[in-house]
Design a protein around this ligand. Structure first.
Ligand SMILES: Nc1ncnc2c1ncn2[C@@H]1O[C@H](COP(=O)(O)OP(=O)(O)OP(=O)(O)O)[C@@H](O)[C@H]1O
Ligand SMILES: [Mg+2]
Length: 265
């Protein structure tokens, strides 16, 4: 349902700071796939998601979604098919609006927007019900401005918003990285429930190897703008952290740098 062919993205081209964030990336994602993406700082993970969403133009290659070439489709037109949570906590919600207004806006993704029409007693009850699942007490705070919520509460709300309109593609960029361990576990369990129940096609970036191994059915490792490992099926189910570092070593012929991926194991 998603096909990237030889996608290349170079930032600051022809300057001394030139960086190839994506180098000939090809990737085919099947409908219902739940894929985790792991890689060191600067590997190109966020750029990959941004290229798919259309937030950054690509220098060469093509992107196809549900059989349609979207390489040059502007981001607002792609948005109706995609739910996402950005890496930056809070960037996926609107701080000056209330919880129910944020949810109403998310429910209308891809349709004409009008908040007065969107928040009514029927969807208010539904919002309460889905907020209750977070177990963060947000169901009793529908009129609270999102700007006053903690980072974790915002990311949890962002997850509900990203999945509310049943997107064709869910793109999660380290959405639990800034949460305390207990909230992170809760939000991750909920993510898994939503993704598996609704069979949402999902790309989830994480810097934590254990999480990348634990969730999803396919694991992709990126390094210096390339996909260097793509593991699925039985191999993915039996995978352990040691196997991953060993595979990295084999492919890249270099030791695994001590970075967030290892530190957070
Ligand atoms: N807007 C930009 N301008 C210039 N360089 C950029 C820009 N965005 C990303 N880069 C560079 O592209 C490379 C890939 O960045 P990207 O944000 O995709 O990495 P990442 O894998 O998400 O890393 P992290 O784990 O730190 O989030 C990095 O070297 C980064 O400095
Ligand atoms: Mg990133």
């Amino acid at each position: 349902m998603l096909k990237l062919k030889n996608v290349t993205k170079v930032f600051l081209k022809n300057t001394p700071d030139e960086v190839t964030a994506l180098s000939n990336v090809s990737l085919t994602v099947k409908e219902g796939d739940f894929i985790t993406i792991i890689g060191s700082n600067g590997a190109g993970k966020t750029t990959l998601l941004k290229a798919i969403m259309g937030f950054c133009s690509i220098d060469s290659g093509s992107i196809e979604l549900m059989g349609k070439d979207i390489t040059r489709t502007p981001p607002h037109q792609r948005a109706k098919y995609m739910g996402r949570i950005a890496q930056d906590p809070g960037a996926s919600v609107c701080a000056v609006m209330t919880i129910e207004e944020n949810l109403a806006m998310a429910a209308l993704r891809g349709r004409r927007r009008g908040l007065r029409i969107a928040v009514n007693s029927r969807n208010r009850a539904y919002f309460k019900e889905i907020l209750r699942r977070l177990e963060l007490g947000l169901e009793d705070r529908l009129s609270t401005r999102v700007g006053t919520l903690s980072g974790g509460q915002r990311q949890a709300l962002a997850l509900l918003m990203a999945t509310l309109a049943k997107p064709k593609l869910l793109l999660l960029d380290e959405h639990i990285a800034s949460l305390d361990p207990k909230t992170a576990e809760q939000v991750m369990q909920l993510t898994n429930d939503l993704v598996t129940k609704e069979r949402l096609t999902t790309l989830m970036v994480t810097h934590n190897m254990k999480e990348a191994i634990r969730w999803g059915e396919r694991l992709i490792m990126m390094h210096e703008g390339r996909i260097i490992l793509d593991i699925s099926g039985e191999e993915k189910r039996c995978l352990e952290v040691g196997d991953l570092t060993e595979k990295f070593h084999k492919v890249c012929e270099q030791e695994f740098a001590v970075d967030r991926m290892l530190l957070s194991v």
